[in-house]
Design a protein around this ligand. Structure first.
Ligand code: BGC
Length: 769
């Protein structure tokens, strides 16, 4: 029957036999024929019932790399023919006869990634580069991150797109992960809550999101072919947990499966992951798409798994779907189910609603949001003798380091943004009425104008440093690092400082300290670096991360005290790279070109490992200084659990001399009765408003008993042990201000889940769990 409807024809193209379908079935309804169902007017089921097999196939295959439709062997196109948003990563196909529009899907996590120039159009189409995900997470401010999502999402809407391919939410398993800047944290509670906030902000515009990469895309080395062996417990407690929190709290329209394999199978082919866990256990209601052009080639397995759309999509895949149904290797009911998932989202999209986008979002207003979030994500790591903020008597600055002039807004790859400008630190300080020394600035500006030189520090001779130290009030030296898609960071040249950088820090410190003047180091970096080799030389260290296009202004805001730093580390800086629990297993075996990686550290990722095994980090999870001080009151614990929730209240007071914000962090140490447990885990957090000196704010935390549970592989269940628990409230994982003991009287199975995701062989985890 389908064959009769389809009028398929074969054409020979480039020596290959390609099936090319023409959408003719039903396209010209006969006179008196029943009207063709229309999406929005008829039910989704009726629309699906009216679809030809080819039309269904066109729904589950994306609209090509440019999102402009499927190119057939003869060069013609189906699916969609116009390109409304040049530079968008992809789109879905349109079926005009059924009233189904194409949707446009651009990247990516740090801002809308589109082309600046369009053919035959003189206008320039810039988008705002917001701070990197790691910077946003360091704000620990869900309200602010939601505002970023709202501003960013408005650009998605006003440029005519439907779904933004963001946020990325994979866990920082190892600092060398090339895409960590696109991700939030080593901790699933921070990652999940920050992601939920940005998704709510995005989707408040009536556009959709694609939370990615589901799951465990934690390295770029062989990212599409790496087989990751992970225990169910580590998946459930760490890698899936971040997604679970975000999906339950914010219902993203779509999920993007990852490139990698988990326990022997590509994630896009795992029904247990994409249907059992995602839909049945967590209640996800949107659709799932693959990442772009992955190595998983089994379309039938992907369709059956509930990976609804293959991206970016091509004609060959359309025809393979058609053929699979015709040859009974793919049940048309599966196809119908997946099409239904997609149509459920299309009806919500701006394209379906014929939204009249302006093509001119308010970039000026969004730049201010970017600047604020950039400044609030910065973490003050050291501040000896109140070296910061800069005083008005320190206007003349010896501004050193390539990144002070070629400041890095964000990472590379699909997470890059075509922004109108990047304000350098030199520009930001000048805007704030501070004066980078002119001759030095001219030398640097000319040097970094050749982008190839930027990764090699400009060599400054000792005599120049001595002259600068005599002439200037203070030295500010920026260290820059970048990374991006397809490549992990190099341990020697990216994680560790290069000899030229160490020498510049060393010699600048000597020259300025001899004159009784200070050295401030600014870190404009994508992820943690080594600080052991040099940090004692600095009077202050400001971790500015990659704070977006307004970088220099945001940095100057914090350096000059206009903004009091309130960022906290959402990822640990270890004393040695070798202290990282996955260091032995990253990026897998064989080392030269890894095929498999065992997550032998199990659940002991980040501070869960350092705190349990007494490894002192350089800067711990949750850490960050302020220009003021705070005090946390003793905890008031409610006497009894209400609705299986523990209620704890604290008041925090600004005890210093300037206004500031603080992050209150709630950790719990659980009794390790039935299985081993981390020494403590973050359960909740909150950020104060700007508190004036002497001002207080009270927080009430409601902690569900279910969130105290650990996952038992053998029982497929989350269990909260009976016994004594310690509640710890502080301003970092190691600066605990108040504690309180509470008891759980009976062991509780808080949730039973399906027996899924098992590794094919037992994963040899280091620590009993
Ligand atoms: C990346 C995704 C991105 C997609 C589309 C892939 O290479 O992994 O994060 O959304 O390309 O550009």
């Amino acid at each position: 029957m389908f064959k009769a409807l389809l009028h398929l024809r074969k054409v020979i193209c480039a020596g290959a036999l390609i099936w090319c379908g023409l959408i003719t079935a039903g396209a010209q309804p006969k006179i008196n024929a029943k009207p063709v169902p229309q999406l929005g007017k008829n039910s989704i089921k009726e629309v699906i019932a009216a679809m030809t097999l080819q039309e269904k196939a066109l729904m589950v295959i994306g609209g090509g790399r440019t999102g402009t439709g499927i190119i057939l062997g003869d060069g013609s196109m189906i699916g969609r023919t116009e390109s409304r948003l040049p530079g968008a990563a992809g789109g879905t196909n349109a079926i005009p006869r059924l009233g189904i529009p194409a949707m446009v899907l651009p990247d990516g996590p740090a801002g809308l990634r589109i082309d600046v120039k369009r053919q035959g159009d003189n206008k320039l189409y810039y988008a705002t580069a917001f701070p990197s995900a790691t910077t946003l997470a360091s704000t620990w401010d869900t309200a602010l991150v939601k505002r970023v999502g709202a501003a960013f999402g408005n650009e998605v809407l006003e440029y005519g797109a439907d779904i933004i391919l963001a946020p990325g939410i994979n866990i920082h398993r190892n600092p060398l992960g090339g895409r960590n800047f696109e991700y939030y944290s080593e901790d699933p509670v921070v990652a999940g809550n920050i992601a939920a906030a940005i998704i709510k902000g995005f989707q408040s515009n009536g556009i959709g999101t694609s939370i990615k990469h589901f799951v465990a895309n934690n390295q770029e080395a062989n990212r599409a072919g790496i087989n990751e062996l992970i225990t169910e417990r580590s998946l459930r407690e760490i890698y899936l947990k971040a997604f679970e929190i975000a999906i339950k709290k914010s219902q993203p329209w779509t999920v993007m499966s990852s490139y990698n394999l988990v326990n022997g199978t590509h994630t896009s082919e795992r029904a247990d992951l994409l249907t059992t866990v995602l839909r049945d256990e967590w209640g996800f209601k949107g659709y799932v798409m693959t990442d772009w052009g992955g190595k998983a080639k089994n379309l039938i397995a992907q369709m059956n798994a509930g990976n609804d759309v293959i991206m970016p999509g091509n004609a060959n895949q359309v025809n393979r779907i058609i053929s699979a149904v015709e040859h009974d290797s793919l049940d048309v009911k599966v196809l119908d189910r997946n099409v239904e998932h997609i149509l459920n989202i299309i009806v919500k999209s701006p394209s379906f609603k014929h939204y009249k986008y302006s093509g001119a979002p308010d970039l000026k207003a969004h730049a201010q949001v970017s600047r604020q979030a950039g400044a609030e994500g910065m973490v003050l790591l050291e501040n000896h003798g109140n070296a910061l903020p800069l005083k008005s008597s320190q206007k003349n600055i010896a501004l050193l380091g390539n990144a002070s002039y070629a400041t890095i807004a964000g990472g590379t790859g699909s997470g890059d943004v075509n922004k109108v400008h990047v304000i350098s630190l030199a520009g930001g300080l000048t805007n704030a009425d501070f004066m980078p020394e002119a001759q030095l600035a001219a030398t640097y500006n000319s040097y970094v104008s050749d982008w190839r030189k930027r990764s090699r520090e400009l060599n400054i001779a000792d005599y120049q440093l001595n002259t600068l130290a005599a002439k200037c009030d203070v030295a500010v030296l920026t260290i820059g690092r970048n990374s991006g898609e397809t490549k992990d960071r190099d341990l020697d040249s990216n994680y560790h400082l290069k000899p030229a950088e160490l020498s510049l820090i060393d010699r600048t410190a000597t020259a300025f300290h001899q004159q009784g003047k200070k050295l401030i180091i600014v870190l404009n970096i994508c992820g943690p670096i080594d600080t052991k080799a040099w940090r004692t030389k600095a009077d202050a260290i400001l971790l500015a991360w990659q704070p977006g296009q307004e970088a220099g202004d945001a940095m100057a805001d914090v350096l000059t005290g206009k903004v009091n730093p309130s960022g906290k580390l959402a990822t640990t800086f270890t004393e040695n790279y070798e202290d990282v629990p996955s260091a032995r297993d990253f990026p897998g075996t064989p080392a030269a070109s890894p095929e498999q990686v065992a997550y032998r550290e199990g659940i002991y990722v980040g501070y869960r490992y350092y705190d349990t095994f007494n490894i002192k980090p350089a800067y711990e999870f949750g850490y960050g200084l302020s220009y003021t001080t705070f005090k946390i009151s003793p905890v008031k614990l409610a006497a009894a659990l209400v609705k299986n929730r523990l209620t704890a209240q604290v008041t925090i007071t600004n005890t210093g001399k300037v206004a500031g914000k603080e992050v209150v962090q709630v950790y719990v140490a659980a009794p390790a009765k039935s299985i081993a447990k981390p020494a403590q885990e973050l359960k909740d957090f909150a950020k104060t408003r700007l508190l004036k000196p002497g001002e207080s704010q009270t927080f009430t935390f409601n902690i569900p008993v279910a969130s105290l549970a650990s996952f038992h592989n053998d029982k497929n269940a989350w269990i909260t042990d009976a016994g004594q628990y310690l509640l710890k409230i502080g301003t970092s994982s190691r600066q605990i201000a108040q504690t309180s003991i509470f008891n759980i009287s009976a062991t509780m199975v808080t949730e039973r889940v399906h027996s899924v995701l098992h590794p094919p062989q037992s994963v040899d985890v280091y620590n009993a769990q």
